[in-house]
Write a protein that binds this ligand. Structure first.
Ligand code: HEM
Length: 190
């Protein structure tokens, strides 16, 4: 048992196998089509991404100032690079699977141009919010964090400039996540 739960990859594979069993068992009433698979993956990657956004905003950022200087390296050198790996790829995969759902269902263009019915436009608002958030991750937060964490060379002045930029974008994403999730779960476009 300890061996099983001590092995991250094995636990992930077991989760996948259990998901497939559930899919097969309910396939008659809930067909396992492209839409269902994209939705499932979309929510998985969405949780991965937004879970880490909330970890950063609720746990790491507020705690950093009270961590003794000689211990900060454990966060910046070991924890944060791993966080930002899953954070940025989670954001990209959430974006791609979300766009995928809208294309499979045939309302992607109408949603993004707000030319559909009420619920299509509602998901359009959520999609735009999440697209802005994904943009912030890849083009503001990650480039700034690369300097802050020393993954790329940066002068002390560049690092000092990068910190408020990263915080501004991260807090913008926290703010947008609240209405964005409402749009995601309320459009009910099936
Ligand atoms: C990054 C860009 C994103 C795009 C383009 C996008 C797009 C979509 C689309 C088109 C749907 C289907 C709506 C429907 O048929 O009712 C959807 C559903 C959903 N999205 Fe997103 N989304 C994005 C980000 C996110 C994020 C960050 C989350 C965070 C958890 C999220 C969570 C969800 C949830 C929970 C659903 C409902 C699934 C369901 O009820 O079947 N999405 N999204």
């Amino acid at each position: 048992m300890a061996k099983f739960f001590g092995n991250l990859h094995l636990v992930l594979i077991a989760g996948l196998v259990l998901a497939i069993i559930v899919m097969v068992a309910f396939a008659a009433s809930a067909p396992v089509d492209a839409n269902a698979l994209f939705r499932w993956l979309h929510v998985f990657f969405g949780i991965l991404w937004i879970g880490l956004l909330y970890y950063l905003n609720f746990v790491q950022v507020p705690t950093m100032p009270s961590i003794p200087a000689e211990q900060k390296g454990a966060i910046t050198g070991h924890i944060a690079p791993k966080v930002f790996f899953f954070f940025r790829w989670g954001a990209l995969l959430t974006l791609l699977t979300g766009l995928g759902i809208s294309i499979i269902d045939g309302y992607g263009h109408a949603a993004l141009t707000f030319t559909g019915d009420g619920n299509v436009n509602l998901i359009g608002v959520g999609m735009w919010m999440a697209i802005i958030m994904a943009f912030n991750v890849w083009f503001i937060i990650w480039p700034a964090q690369k300097k802050i964490l020393g993954i790329v060379e940066a002068t002390a002045e560049e690092k000092a400039k990068a910190a408020p930029r990263a915080l501004f974008a991260s807090r913008t994403n926290l703010l947008l996540s609240i209405p964005m999730i409402y749009c995601m779960v309320s459009a009910n476009l099936g």
